[in-house]
Ligand binder design. Sequence first.
Ligand SMILES: Cc1ncc(COP(=O)(O)O)c(C=O)c1O
Length: 311
Amino acid sequence: MALQTTTNIWHNGELIPWEKANIHVMSHVIHYGSSVFEGIRCYTQPEGAGIFRLTEHMQRLIHSAKIYRMPLPYTVEQLSDAVVDVVEANGVAPCYVRPIAFRGYGEIGVNPLKSPVEVYIANFPWGKYVPGNDGADVCISSWNRLAPNTMPSLAKAGANYMNSQLIRMEAEINGYAEGIALDTNGYLSEGSGENLFVIRGGTLYTSPLANSVLNGITRDSILVLARQLGIPVVEQALPREMLYICDEAFFTGTAAEVTHLRSVDRILVGDGTMGPITSMLHKAFFDIVNGLAPDRYNWLTPVKVREAVAV
Ligand SMILES: Cc1ncc(COP(=O)(O)O)c(C=O)c1O
């Protein structure tokens, strides 16, 4: 989807015009992938607009930076305030927010420690991410997810998305909406940009963090909602064939939200429609973000925006 621009981008503490947010081609990040980033959605509710789980996203950004020894001169609160500032300044909701921290222009050579850390926050409208209005037709990728002790999966680092690009390109070229990667031991890991859930016999399963998954904030939200709804939840290593014999399956992610899987490798998941447990969780999630149910977990940070634009 083509990028829709907004007016301002936050850079190291101030708002600058969108078109001035440029970096030098010799910046460290361009050559060695040294960035960490976040993706956050801001939803509209009948009473206004709210950013979903802002604190948790900013905490994850700080943790991603910590893993890469990248000092961020901002606290969770300062980064959260900065997100609110840029969303309010641009006045566009619903939207997607993209904070990014990277090693900028300084030294050449792999070691990043002497290159300065730059922080930017942009926001822009972004609609549906995983194609398929009646559920997504996905495949198991020929690419594995990152092996432990190679690239840390718990860091949301730009470089990890070279692996994601291979998964997503292969899937789309072969006519699928998305690919699911196995970990290097052959267990289900996750989609190129989504966590994976499987339902069998009334129990909700998802891969644990040790299976090379990102610690998804939507994943966590679904686990919270499932427990609240009394749905049994199991985090365990899952064999690939669980996807072929399960009753329901879905992706979660900030971009993907809650997207049910219609088929995997052309094998229908259940009868292909969104099943009852996925429907319950989908409704519980969207009722909160759309302001149709009370925000009982304080997941929404209110923002003042001028216009609510349908995406
Ligand atoms: C590889 C990967 N896994 C999972 C997710 C889902 O994480 P979240 O729900 O925090 O967006 C994402 C998206 O950020 C991702 O890129």
